[in-house]
Design a protein around this ligand. Structure first.
Ligand SMILES: *[C@@H]1O[C@H](CO)[C@@H](O)[C@H](O)[C@H]1NC(C)=O
Ligand SMILES: *[C@@H]1O[C@H](CO)[C@@H](O)[C@H](O)[C@H]1NC(C)=O
Ligand SMILES: *[C@@H]1O[C@H](CO)[C@@H](O)[C@H](O)[C@H]1NC(C)=O
Ligand SMILES: *[C@@H]1O[C@H](CO)[C@@H](O)[C@H](O)[C@H]1NC(C)=O
Ligand SMILES: *[C@@H]1O[C@H](CO)[C@@H](O)[C@H](O)[C@H]1NC(C)=O
Ligand SMILES: *[C@@H]1O[C@H](CO)[C@@H](O)[C@H](O)[C@H]1NC(C)=O
Length: 403
């Protein structure tokens, strides 16, 4: 799947001349990383081979074998730290068990996530629910300590959830010590928002399943604002993946007050709104628009992370602007670190921008990641459908549970 362009010869020339030597520019690079200087590929030339697709063939001019860190800006070195690692920690080649809804529970050192709902290798459809599972990060650490940096395959434990929870696609928290899941619904069964006990018996409480009596399209992703309000995206993927009826509302972003249960729209005008995140101070919101994928989409539709100011009183999203258009697949789930850098799952792994929207680098997997989550100090767990990866880096997340 890796992509080599004909202009590589030019890259080699630049390197050997020392004029724009990447090593010289950055000094010694951390393990598992390559520096791809934007100057080395700015001109491909008339006889070069250009990429025609965002979805087939990725931008890997050094033809490095994934997984690796692809550095485009030296600011990424601060994200990675001096001795980063990027390792596969679980895999199941036949089952997309690790798609979305990553939630880290510090109390038990466990990581929860959902399988693909209605998509490739998801083993779920109109007649079959998807699965929410967990892994133990203590088991991950123990396995890695035994095998250093080679892939390990820890136990994936499915949860036995209430059948009010159908086609889980988003999750965050812990919120008031519970997992917060958003569920897409299945057939006539309504999309909803659920609180789930992160410990056995994994009992749950549905806190919203309609908008003034109307069903949502298929809820996709969720975050808790520092104010304690719950924000979620609703989009047509349930219909596009053939497990929900035709959509009856626009694709938009909602706010739920978990106490009064008042619900309102805070942003619209999307093609397909998808991932959501806030900065730690709650002043900025990020929404990904995955318009380029699903149904009759084409890559001329959005593949874009948008930034907004969050109104301090109404929480309406204002001043929409582009943070980043991605070069590979679509930007899906989003997380923000304590320095305000933005991470999104994309077609080739996880991409990271600073708050100005400069692409700092990629956690290059050569395959799709739909979401990721910080899981305690220096740990970023990356979901990649049939695999899970652990990145040990310098960057850190913050409490996603709101006040
Ligand atoms: C740095 O130099 C080493 C040794 O010559 C080479 O293997 C590596 O690919 C270089 N890294 C980059 C990013 O050019
Ligand atoms: C491009 O290919 C043409 C035809 O082979 C050749 O004449 C030309 O010199 C090439 N240009 C470059 C910049 O290599
Ligand atoms: C990892 O373990 C799971 C569960 O036993 C198994 O289904 C899967 O094939 C294993 N992965 C690999 C790469 O062997
Ligand atoms: C799952 O929960 C249901 C309802 O509580 C119960 O009937 C069933 O036995 C449980 N299944 C497993 C595998 O624990
Ligand atoms: C699970 O059950 C316990 C005990 O009844 C209750 O305190 C808790 O609120 C329940 N959790 C959820 C998410 O419903
Ligand atoms: C896709 O395009 C075809 C042909 O124009 C049309 O029949 C179909 O309804 C479209 N599907 C969607 C999901 O828009």
């Amino acid at each position: 799947m890796s992509f080599v362009f004909a202009g590589l010869a030019a890259l080699a020339t630049l390197k050997s001349s020392g004029a724009v030597s990447s090593n010289a520019t950055l000094g010694s690079l951390p393990p598992q990383s390559v520096f791809v200087d934007p100057r080395s590929f700015a001109v491909i030339g008339q006889n070069g081979t250009f990429r025609a697709s965002s979805f087939e063939g990725f931008f890997n001019p050094t033809s490095t074998t994934p997984p690796f860190f692809q550095i485009f800006d030296q600011e990424f070195l601060k994200v990675l730290g001096a001795s980063p690692s990027l390792t596969e920690i679980a895999s199941n080649p036949g089952f997309a068990f690790a798609h979305e809804a990553p939630i880290y529970v510090p109390e038990t050192d466990e990581l929860f996530f959902a399988s693909n709902d209605g998509g490739l290798l998801g083993m779920s459809d109109l007649d079959h629910n998807n699965e929410v599972s967990k892994i133990s990060m203590a088991e991950v650490e123990a396995a890695l300590a035994r095998k250093s940096s080679s892939p390990v395959n820890v136990t994936v434990t499915p949860l036995n959830l209430s059948d009010t929870i159908q086609m889980t696609n988003g999750g965050t928290g812990p919120f008031r010590s519970q997992l917060l899941l958003v569920n897409s619904g299945r057939g006539p069964l309504p999309p909803n928002i659920a609180l789930v006990n992160p410990k056995a018996p994994f009992n749950s409480t549905i806190i919203l399943d309609n908008f003034f009596g109307r069903q949502f399209n298929s809820l996709n992703d969720v975050k808790i604002h520092p104010s304690g309000k719950i924000f979620f995206t609703d989009v047509t993927y349930g219909f596009l993946n053939n497990f929900r009826p035709a959509p009856l509302m626009p694709n938009q972003v909602y706010r739920l007050d978990p106490d009064t249960r008042a619900v309102r729209v805070v942003a619209d005008g999307f093609d397909k709104c998808n991932g959501i995140a806030f900065t730690a101070d709650g002043n900025t919101a990020y929404i990904s628009d995955t318009g380029a994928t699903g149904g009759n989409s084409t890559q001329t539709e959005p593949s874009t992370v948008y930034a907004f100011d969050v109104d301090p009183i109404s929480h309406v999203f204002k001043n929409r602007r582009v943070l980043a258009y991605v070069d590979a697949g679509v930007p899906d789930g989003i997380q923000v670190d304590t320095n305000g850098n933005v991470y999104s799952g994309t077609g080739d792994g996880v991409q990271t921008w600073n708050s100005e929207g400069t692409l700092l680098g990629k956690f290059f997997l050569g395959t799709t990641s739909a979401n990721m989550v910080f899981a305690g100090k220096g740990r970023l767990v990356i979901l990649a459908e049939t695999k899970i990866f652990l990145a040990n880096i310098a960057a850190e997340g913050f409490d996603l549970g709101g006040n």
